[in-house]
Design a protein. Structure first.
Length: 302
């Protein structure tokens, strides 16, 4: 078994590469399994590194040392390879996929818990030719989440505060957009929508909980579609959305299914596990591929 530690030096507020290297030397001392550190240099580099390692054919465990975007790159490189498993050593500002593990989420910070942890196959979302483990979305939320990067590097601004500042800016810019939405071939009523999510996981955007019933291994995606709302009601919407109470929002549409298609009137920002994709069409479907996910022994999700 080989262990590959994929480090994103841009995750969080400062480069922790050397800190992780020193911790690995301590944790892995005395183990016979080969291990390697790979540092990403540009967007998509993590996908290339993991896929290249997977193609060698040996049993491989990949540790995404970074944020949700680093985990996404590791997943895209490992998906479909039965001999490869991935996990997340959280170093980002959100680390949202792990939140569904509840009290056990903190155990992912302990590398010893991950090295020999069990693994399980998890579903994936295929979104415009790329894969997501957690959430794919378009609309108000995507503009907030992707816009948070503008604030994260500011002094004294935490990850949660960055999302709050981005939300205020997005409210000023406009709440809803015209979209045409289909779920499993059914055209949903309405012309203007505030946000649209396809959920495999439960949390994103720094802790927002759009789909508290989503399960990443049940063979279904949870779709959440919120109709147009005004600036006067959006703050109440955000509070419900954050607490997992989106079902209480008037007019909200909740569906479980396998495929959603969204047509936009312009090129729009699409959120893919915190990564940005631009397009005028969004197709989010349950992927035929799965990814093996490593978790601390006894940890429970859902």
């Amino acid at each position: 078994m080989k262990h590959l530690f994929l480090i994103n030096p841009y995750a969080g507020k400062y480069d922790r590469t050397q800190e992780v290297r020193e911790k690995l030397r301590t944790v892995l001392a005395g183990r016979e399994d080969p291990w390697e550190v790979a540092v990403t240099q540009y967007p998509g580099h993590g996908v290339e590194l993991v896929r290249s390692a997977a193609e060698r054919g040996e049993s491989l465990r990949v540790y995404a040392c970074g944020g949700d975007g680093t985990l996404n790159e590791a997943v895209n490189g490992a998906a479909g390879y039965a001999h490869v498993a991935v996990t997340h050593y959280p170093m980002g500002s959100g680390n949202d996929f792990l939140r569904m593990f509840g009290p056990d989420a903190c155990r992912f910070y302990d590398l010893k818990e991950l090295l020999d942890g069990p693994q399980t196959p998890m579903d994936l979302i295929e979104c415009n030719g790329r894969l997501a483990l957690n959430v794919c979305s378009i609309g108000f939320d995507a503009r907030i989440g992707l816009g948070a990067a503008d604030f994260k590097k500011l002094p004294l601004v935490s990850g949660t505060m960055a999302y709050q500042l981005s939300a205020l800016r997005t409210i000023v810019q406009g709440i809803h957009r015209p979209y045409r939405v289909e779920v499993d071939g059914e055209t949903l009523p309405g012309e203007d929508f505030t946000l649209i999510c396809a959920c495999n996981g439960r949390y994103y955007g720094g802790g927002f909980n759009p789909s508290p019933d989503a399960m990443p291994d049940d063979g279904l995606l949870n779709f959440l579609i919120i109709p147009a709302v005004s600036r006067f009601t959006v703050l109440a919407l955000i509070r419900k959305f954050a607490r997992g109470e989106a079902g209480e929002i008037p007019g909200v549409l909740l569906r479980q299914g396998r495929e959603m298609n969204v047509t936009c009137d312009r090129v729009s920002m699409i959120n893919l596990d915190g990564e940005r994709v631009d397009g005028a069409q969004l197709t989010a479907r349950l992927s035929e591929k799965k990814v093996n996910f490593i978790y601390p022994a006894g940890a429970v999700w859902g």
